[in-house]
Design a protein around this ligand. Sequence first.
Ligand code: ZN
Length: 458
Amino acid sequence: MAEHAAHRIFASQVLLGNGWATDVALSVGPNGTITEVESGASPRAGDTIAAGPVIPALSNLHSHAFQRAMAGLAEVSGRGEDSFWTWRDTMYRMVDRLSPDDVEVVATRLYVDMLKCGYGRVGEFHYLHHDRGGVAYADRAEMSGRIIAAATASGIGVTLLPVFYAHANFGGAAPNDGQSRFIHTVDDFLALMDTLRPRTAVVNATLGFAIHSLRAATPDEMHAILAAAPGEGPIHIHVAEQQGEVDAGLAWSGRRPLGWLLDEMPVDRNWCLIHATHADTNEVQRIAASGAVVGLCPTTEASLGDGIFPATAFRAHGGRFGIGSDSHVSVSSSEELRLLEYGQRLRDERRVRLVDGPGRSNGRDLFEVALAGGAQALGQPTAGLKVGAAADLVVLDGNDAFIAAADGDTVLDRWIFARGDHAVRDVMVAGAWQVQDRRHRLDETIDQAFAEVLKRLC
Ligand code: ZN
């Protein structure tokens, strides 16, 4: 991790780990962590004066970076019923044309945009491993290395989740041609993990891993990977995103995918279940009791017509969730939170659903749950601004009329439900400013490179 000079930030309002505080001085040490928090302080010469309220940066717990290149390209109706599965065919055609350079450019531009939307860390669920036709690169971690390079260049923290993917459907079905760039044997996958361990240890990165889905791995393969990689960091899996997957799981095992996963795998707080959209009442209770995080991706789930996760019931059981932008039809953190809440409202024909009790702010409760769930899912020891935590923070724009007229929880309600991304002014990750006054140092160069990649691919 980069070394920076120790410094102090003074802000009139800060959302700390134990709530809002006023006139706060945050001291940041040379290793990028918060070393002291003083409330009721006075600004000193040399302090950086925050230009508005300071809140912790959120984690984006689910990303497939390359999919950003096809956002907006799957919006023309096909010959039959359009679905997740027809979208996936479009995605596979895009995958076939991507070079390592393309992936690095697309990911760098995406991560810069994530920072500008108030994310300080991304969980990259990375399954594009090989060259066209499934040919291995000379460096087996070529593509993973491009993700690490993109994160490092942008300044975002990354939790890299190399994905094990071996089959096209339940029961160990052979992969299809569109999946050839994703496929590993168990031994090759474990060798990839060995290669990545030292490479992720030297940057602001955490290494975990993912099983693509119950469609893509057999129970024996999953057990073999779990046995070989104990305590490796977080474990992510796509599960029960589509009713079609639930039906196929029932046909395969007589059990629903979530029920099977909870019965057969050691699901605990180290796991993150991506989507879990089609969870029944019993599964909702069991996931909550396991301590696992559900990774909700509301804009992608809406884009793909997945369905609506029973988040109110899940929260009633103390369930933990975080948010991710998945296919990146949106990169906006406030939009994910807003749409998550609005899905519950539309289903229930009621307002203010995801709150922990009467009189509570919807924005505050959404934000706090997603902050804690995101940090847990990305293997971070702590969430929020406190001594010992990483200085990953966002300054909302105190000159914006909505933010200027707000204090305390209303700041979050105004940002999430009214103002959106434009309220994000400055973003610090690991003690270094990455976005200042809505600008990132790579803006010009990465914009141009990204435009060239898009023109060539599309
Ligand atoms: Zn996904």
